[in-house]
Design a protein around this ligand. Structure first.
Ligand SMILES: [Zn+2]
Ligand SMILES: [Zn+2]
Length: 338
């Protein structure tokens, strides 16, 4: 079969590799769609540790070919793959925190993933897609699972006033999910006018610029109290500092963007004084996959408008370059079978 093989950082090419044979508890999947995201670009550049040579791709939808389907997904079934691997026996897995398993990993980082003709997934990690949900949209659901995990862990509740800063793929998902969960006020912030328009079209009550504009909007909308929750999707420490300013006394901050390590100044005194809860989140759990398939099938979250580009997976190198360039119009890029 063919696969895009990352030999080492910054060196990837289409290669013929050995055919895959599923073992007990595994299925062989013909990859039809695989989303690409910032994690892939960081793995590509060697900024995230990974096992080389590697087939990247952790946002996978495909058709079951054969293997240990356990009577659950018949050959031909279209399935979404949960790429988060875990041991099931350690302290964290037994607590239900499978996403934190120190013996685990992620398809497309520690083991081969979706940018290939076929991939192997665990039978326990596949979720059939209902007929009304097309496979291309399905490939964006893995991202939504991390968004749902974050709102569950932060306990975003009905009636909350929420700010989502950064209106890229995850920000636009957070806006829709917050509204679906009954948030009273949802404010999206971005410096990009096109993305602010999208946020409004997808259900945000307000979409404004960062900084003073955001503060004025949330204070007006909450009678001077501030945001119950600020979800920071930019991944920039100055934006995290702004989140501290926008959260109300006793509020919560979900740092959803991933911050590079290194020195930075944060208003630490305000963490204490405002009694803020900082809720960190990583990946998602198995049950988030079926919940997200339901949310998208019921139309409570609309992922189709977020998919702006589709390319054959053999053009992964161009897709990576595309993601590294800033763009006002590009949101989600999905690669499909070549
Ligand atoms: Zn991703
Ligand atoms: Zn474990």
């Amino acid at each position: 079969m063919k696969a895009m093989v990352l030999e080492r950082p910054n060196l990837m090419a289409l290669k013929m590799v050995e055919d895959l044979h599923p073992k007990v508890g595994e299925v062989l999947i013909k990859t039809t769609h695989a989303g690409i995201c910032g994690t892939d670009t960081k793995i590509y550049e060697g900024k995230i540790p990974a096992n080389y040579p590697l087939v990247m791709g952790h946002e996978i939808v495909g058709e079951v070919i054969d293997g240990d389907t356990n009577g659950f997904a018949k050959p031909g079934a279209r399935v979404l793959v949960d790429p988060v691997l875990y041991c099931g026996t350690c302290f964290h897995c037994k607590q239900g925190d499978t996403n934190l398993c120190p013996n685990g990993g992620i398809m497309g980082r520690e083991v081969n993933g979706g940018f290939a003709d076929y991939c192997i997934a665990k039978t326990s990690h596949i979720y059939p897609l209902p007929d009304e949900l097309d496979s291309k949209t399905g490939a964006a659901i893995q991202v939504l699972t991390t968004v749902l995990h974050a709102q569950n862990k932060g306990n975003l509740a009905k009636g909350d006033a929420v700010i989502v800063s950064g209106l890229g793929v995850t920000g636009l998902m957070h806006i829709q999910l917050a509204k679906a969960r009954g948030a009273k006020v949802v404010v999206g912030t971005s410096r990009n006018a096109h993305k602010r328009e999208m946020a409004l079209a997808l259900g945000a009550d307000y979409a404004v610029g960062h900084g003073e504009e955001a503060k004025k909007t949330i204070l007006e909308a909450t009678k001077g109290i501030g945001a119950d929750m600020v979800i920071e999707c930019v991944g920039n420490l100055s934006m995290l500092a702004e989140a501290v300013d926008l959260a109300r006394l006793g509020g919560k901050i979900v740092p959803f963007g991933i911050y590079p390590s290194g020195q930075a100044e944060l208003p630490f005194y305000d963490f204490y004084f405002k009694e803020l809860q900082i809720i960190n989140v990583r990946a998602a759990k198995g049950h988030d996959f079926s919940a997200c398939i339901d949310l998208v099938s019921r139309g409570e979250v609309d992922l189709a408008p977020l998919i702006t580009h589709t390319l054959p997976y053999t053009e992964l190198n161009s897709a990576i370059r595309m993601l590294m360039e800033p763009s006002d119009e590009r949101i989600k890029v999905i690669l499909e079978a070549a």
